[in-house]
Design a protein around this ligand. Structure first.
Ligand code: OXC
Length: 308
């Protein structure tokens, strides 16, 4: 595979894996991902206790993506620790995703996953869909408090799932924290939070939670995701691996993230819409693009964006 890559010290057989979110909450779904061409098994963001999530309708397909406010429905972190042991036999990197509702939650879950069979731990600092909770990574003091308690709990590489930033100063402040606390990878970006889609016939929003305000995904957010990947690639100087996510539905989209500086990409909406065959298709398309452009590896093409 031309498109094999690495996130931190963990090797991935290809450039594409699933993002935390769609169809990765229960063991049966995770086994489908394990048997597919996804290069890792990413699990749903978990909390200390199981959650049923927000009221429905909470996920709606849109012409160019989706809007959702799932509210972290999950089985509780202890189940995902057990799933990691059960998924080990597939010989594919397993990634935990933890979403604390307090600093102590993050500590407890990261400590527990550090003693588990997972290969990477993604710390979700950016879920926009829990009523009454703001996205941690928009508050740099709060983020530092979390990093202080989670960064020295073990050797499994830790990453941060970040929200979209829209000003260079914010990416700069976050990059300083990432370097200060030896974070191994980042995932850019979570859904763009608190957007509103309206059905003009019904004169109502299309989803129920939070009076219709929800996370925007898919094509709508690709330029925002690319900009965040590029900004962090430049700020982090290749010391921290980058997962790109946001609107990737073809090999060409993946290639754009590659030249922007992503070490690998995750897909969410396209997996939800197309099923697990999307991993095979996007991989093949990317391999063809790399061959056509005479790139011999991911490393060779990574970050190669030119300037006008
Ligand atoms: N981002 C998350 O981190 N979580 C989910 N949605 C999202 O956009 C969720 O469960 O609401």
């Amino acid at each position: 595979m031309l498109s094999k890559t690495k996130i931190s010290k963990i090797e991935l057989a290809s450039y594409i894996c699933n993002a935390s979110g769609p169809s990765d909450s229960i063991l049966e779904e995770l086994e489908i991902i394990a048997k597919s061409d996804s290069s890792a098994i990413m699990m749903k963001s978990c909390t200390i206790k199981p959650r049923i999530g927000n009221p429905e309708p909470r996920y709606v397909h849109l012409p160019l993506g989706s809007i959702q406010s799932m509210g972290l429905p999950n089985l509780g972190y202890q189940k995902y620790i057990r799933f990691a042991s059960q998924l080990k036999k597939y010989n594919k990197p397993i990634i935990a995703s933890v979403a604390g509702l307090s600093i102590e939650d993050y500590r407890v879950m990261v400590e527990a996953f550090q003693k588990s069979e997972v290969n990477l731990i993604e710390v979700n600092l950016s879920c926009p869909n829990v009523e009454g909770k703001s996205q941690v990574a928009y508050d740099f003091e709060q983020t530092e408090k979390v990093l202080r308690v989670i960064s020295n709990l073990g050797d499994i590489p830790l990453g941060l799932k970040l929200p979209a930033y829209f000003d260079f100063i914010h990416q700069k402040q976050m990059a300083q924290l990432i370097l200060k606390y030896n974070i191994s990878f980042i995932t850019c970006i979570n859904s763009v939070g608190n957007t509103l889609f309206i059905d003009p016939e019904k004169e109502m929003p299309v989803i129920k939670p939070k009076k219709g305000f929800g996370g925007l995904c898919g094509d709508y957010i690709k330029p925002i995701a690319l900009a965040n990947v590029r900004a962090f690639y430049e700020l982090l100087d290749d010391k921290v691996s980058i997962f790109g996510v946001g609107g990737i539905k073809s090999g060409l989209d993946a290639f754009e993230f590659l030249i922007a500086g992503a070490d690998a990409v995750q897909v969410a909406t396209v997996f939800e819409k197309e099923g697990e065959s999307c991993f095979t298709r996007i991989n093949q398309e990317l391999e063809e693009i790399l061959k056509r452009k005479n790139y011999n590896s991911i490393q060779e093409a990574k970050g190669r964006l030119k300037h006008l």
